[in-house]
Write a protein that binds this ligand. Sequence first.
Ligand SMILES: Cc1cc2nc3c(=O)[nH]c(=O)nc-3n(C[C@H](O)[C@H](O)[C@H](O)COP(=O)(O)OP(=O)(O)OC[C@H]3O[C@@H](n4cnc5c(N)ncnc54)[C@H](O)[C@@H]3O)c2cc1C
Length: 396
Amino acid sequence: MRTYDCDVVVVGAGPGGSMAARYCAEGGLKTILLEKKAEVGAPLRCAEGVSKKWLEEVGIEPEPMWIRGDMKGAIIKSPQGTTFQLDESKAGSEVGYVLERHLFDKALARDAAKAGAQIMMRTSCTGIIREEGKIVGVKARSMGEEIEIRAKCVVAADGFESQVGRWAGIDTTLKLNDIDSCIQYRMVNIDCVPDYCEFVIGSVAPGGYIWIFPKGEGVANVGIGVMGRLCKGNGDAKYYLDKFIAEDPRLSKGQILEIMGGFVSTCPGLDCAVDDNIILVGDAARIIDPITGGGICHACRTGMYAGKVLTECAKTGDFSKQALMPYEKMWRDRMEDKLFRNWMAKEKLASLDDETIDELIKMIKDSDIGEVNVYNLLKVVKEKFPKVVEGFEDLI
Ligand SMILES: Cc1cc2nc3c(=O)[nH]c(=O)nc-3n(C[C@H](O)[C@H](O)[C@H](O)COP(=O)(O)OP(=O)(O)OC[C@H]3O[C@@H](n4cnc5c(N)ncnc54)[C@H](O)[C@@H]3O)c2cc1C
């Protein structure tokens, strides 16, 4: 059997894996990045919306090639039609880009390769190799051939369906409550507001929301995420999305070019995302915003943290759980409070009826909250509807 040797093997060339591979390679580590698919970034499983501020934090330079639209703001709608439009002056860090996600992912993988990482496409990790109980690499099927990749540390960046962490003995199971199912259509011939990302909340999307993210020239990603347990009867995301489209005159004459489905976790991350000789990043570590389901920035951040910590570990040759703990500290210091707060807020929002949501949106619309972000919105809610934030008021 063909065997490869490296310092770090990264499983999955999504944003989390490519960033981890780039930072490991920049740190001088011999890095191999595995991707099971034949093309990085395809097929698309994303609404392609991101805010802007974090890009600089993780060392990503915006490139026209992967920016489909530079948004002027966002629109939040209640099911009763109350609309709250946030312009750039108010939306601050929440205003962002609509991406060409397949090109974005390819750009990150390109940067990993430029830094010196070896990318192996059509290479699916099939198991962990242990010797005397210690993880020493992974097994994989590469272009039909069984191979082994020996490494001092494994980075599991294999996304929502992650198996690598589980194979390593880490509990990555999700409660039904903490999974949103999603479906999205790429629609043409629709009449959406250009340059504004639109979100519709309430019973139109139980426990989640509908999004309309414009891609220009009457094209948009129109999708929905729903909490399974709250969907009565026709409990699938497609039912709710089709109903919404049929009842919205701007969309009802549109045509669908592309359909995709997927899942997002909506919990505040794993209890621990490291073990001896393994680190989990991005969706594999369940590190994703529980309210918005946005995970690209979290995957990039955790990938970068993993790369930086592994670079330090290589200096002593110690990749034990203890030595990898700075990774835990880094992501928790940066994101844990926010993830926990948004997780609690998601649970509360899911329990509100349409009338209350309508009142909330009207109230937010009339209040002067400066920059609009989830934190500032919750501050207003705390003042006027303290019951909604009961249990996590300390984080607001
Ligand atoms: C419908 C939907 C809409 C979304 N919209 C947004 C949005 O608008 N904005 C946002 O920020 N986030 C969004 N997200 C979430 C976002 O897509 C993820 O959080 C992000 O992709 C996580 O990156 P990742 O690198 O952790 O995982 P992924 O991007 O899922 O990458 C994992 C990679 O690992 C590969 N892989 C898996 N198993 C193996 C294996 N055994 N061997 C080798 N390779 C393997 C996969 O092929 C994949 O390329 C959305 C998610 C869904 C489902």
